[in-house]
Write a protein that binds this ligand. Structure first.
Ligand SMILES: [Zn+2]
Length: 217
């Protein structure tokens, strides 16, 4: 069940997205405001497949599960896809580019998340039309996410020369057992198309990062 959200962005890509029981904070090129991230946990992301349980912050890894409401999971990206999980006792997040998908990060989060997620949220990332990759990478992602297509024509869900990170992550989560009836929210803006809102490594090689974090009520 996919639900498209329409955030109202302030200049510089700042937005708050209300969900049942949680708020997603989006910070693009404007950057964070002082003190607003004191309870947010970020990791040293390495494009891997590890999901850490209750990290203190800045450990190497790309996924985290946090117990309770004291800390908020945060992800830093400049085209990769941030994904958030929320439920009554836990919250979680992971960072998925093509390497993370090949490493199985989305499936691992589904398998390690301790209770049934009340929702999943796919944040802003590069769109499939902008994210062109070589055939080797494309094939690896399709294999890891079961999106190579099994119809007679073998049609992939991806654009002809690209990767749709959201579709790959959704397929890998479904294969790992994410129940069909968990609502999946998505925010549609592409980090590369929307230079007025977001940093994009593909667009200009920036070292700056967009920040997204989930605050449970
Ligand atoms: Zn785009």
């Amino acid at each position: 069940m996919m639900i498209r959200l329409r955030p109202e962005y302030a200049s510089g890509g700042r937005a708050l997205v209300e969900l049942p029981g949680a708020v997603l904070h989006l910070v693009g090129i404007a950057g964070p405001m002082r003190d607003e991230m004191e309870d947010v946990v970020f990791l040293s992301q390495v494009h891997g497949g590890e999901v850490l349980r209750d990290p203190a912050g800045w450990e190497e890894g790309d996924g985290m599960i946090l117990e309770g409401r004291r800390k908020c999971p945060g992800i830093r990206t400049a085209d990769c896809l941030p994904v958030f999980f929320g439920s009554s006792g836990f919250s979680g997040a992971f960072h998925a580019g093509w390497r993370g998908i090949v490493a199985g990060i989305a499936g691992r989060m589904v398998m390690e998340y301790p209770e049934r997620p009340e929702f999943v949220l796919l944040g802003n990332c590069i769109c499939g039309d902008c994210y062109s990759v070589g055939e080797d990478v494309r094939r690896k992602v399709m294999m890891a996410s079961f999106t190579a297509g099994h119809s007679p024509g073998g049609h992939s869900v991806h654009p002809p020369h690209g990767i749709d990170l959201k579709k790959a992550v959704l397929a890998q989560m479904a294969a790992a057992g994410l129940p069909d009836d968990v609502p999946v929210y998505t925010v549609p803006e592409c980090t590369m198309c929307r230079g007025d809102l977001f940093h994009s490594h593909r667009r200009d090689g920036t070292a700056e990062r967009n920040l997204q974090w989930l605050r449970m009520d």
